[in-house]
Design a protein around this ligand. Structure first.
Ligand code: 13P
Length: 271
């Protein structure tokens, strides 16, 4: 069986080496706790559309865990499928949890960890998020590590301090572009219809790039930094055009194939 990296390359994802302009952005949909089996029709619609008009970027859908296996079976190599969270352990007496190995076994290529909703509603700490990221790598999955400040933190001018702490403590040593992406999701922009200005996004992404490069040297230059928080078909082109934005993590607007496709088509070609 192909390893995670090879699998991802099969769906068109390269190593995201910043110097190689052929490598595309990553446009990821996080369905959160939405979607019964009827939602698989949206996967079918995406796959059909991408078959007719191949995307100039890598496309990932993260449905609820109940749909991962069926979504992966229907993805037909046109999209990657991911989980929204994983437990640090591969198996054991952890009622209700899903391991990275289980996601991989169900056909996932990726998993999101450290989403602000997990941090907020489940008390997830940076240290726990880091163990989950390592679990993803252990299982052969790529990992999207989410970071982002609250509105109060931004109003206090602490946004860089907050993301620096999250980046340092939730992204384990050994992060590399082939298996890691960062999602900058300001908490106040999630599900609110509010986004930072493009200048604010540019400033934050440049800052994150500099932190990644300080820590991971050349490897840190290639790790994609996705933006997330109220990305929609109307603002996607502008946001995806911002320097150092390597893709998007889309919530609500990823639930309908037509909207998600518009966002996918907004990704600049040859990024
Ligand atoms: P919305 O796109 O619905 O704001 O959600 C963003 C998000 O949290 C993706 O992980």
């Amino acid at each position: 069986m192909a390893r995670g990296g090879e699998r991802r390359r099969m769906i068109g994802r390269g190593d995201h080496d910043g110097k190689d302009k052929e490598k595309g952005m990553l446009i990821a949909g996080n369905w959160k706790m939405n979607g019964l089996s009827s939602a698989l029709e949206e996967v079918d619609a995406l796959v059909r559309a991408l078959k007719a008009h191949p995307a100039g970027c890598d496309v990932l859908v993260c449905p609820p865990a109940t749909l991962v296996s069926q979504a992966a079976a229907r993805a037909r190599g046109k999209i990657a499928v991911g989980g929204q969270d994983c437990h640090p352990q591969p198996s054991g007496a952890f009622t209700g949890e899903v391991s990275a190995e289980m996601l991989r076994d169900a056909g996932a290529n990726w998993v999101i960890v450290g989403h602000s909703e997990r941090r907020q509603y489940h008390g997830e700490t940076d240290a726990l998020v880091a163990t989950k990221a390592k679990a993803a790598w252990r299982a052969g999955l790529g990992v999207i590590v989410c970071i982002g400040e609250t509105e109060a933190e931004r109003n206090a001018g602490r946004e860089e301090e907050v993301v620096d702490r999250q980046l340092a403590a939730s992204v384990p040593d050994g992060a590399a572009a082939a298996r890691t992406a960062i999602a900058y999701e300001p908490v106040w922009a999630i599900g609110t219809g509010r986004t930072p200005t493009t200048a604010e996004i540019a400033r934050m992404h440049a800052h994150l790039r500099s932190e990644l490069t300080k820590r991971f040297a050349a490897g840190g230059r290639a790790i994609p930094i996705l933006y997330g928080g109220s990305v929609n078909p109307r603002n996607a082109k502008e946001i995806l055009g911002v320097a150092e934005v390597g893709g998007a993590l889309v919530g609500g607007a990823s639930l309908k194939a037509a909207d998600f496709l518009t966002i996918i088509e907004s990704a600049p070609a040859g990024h």
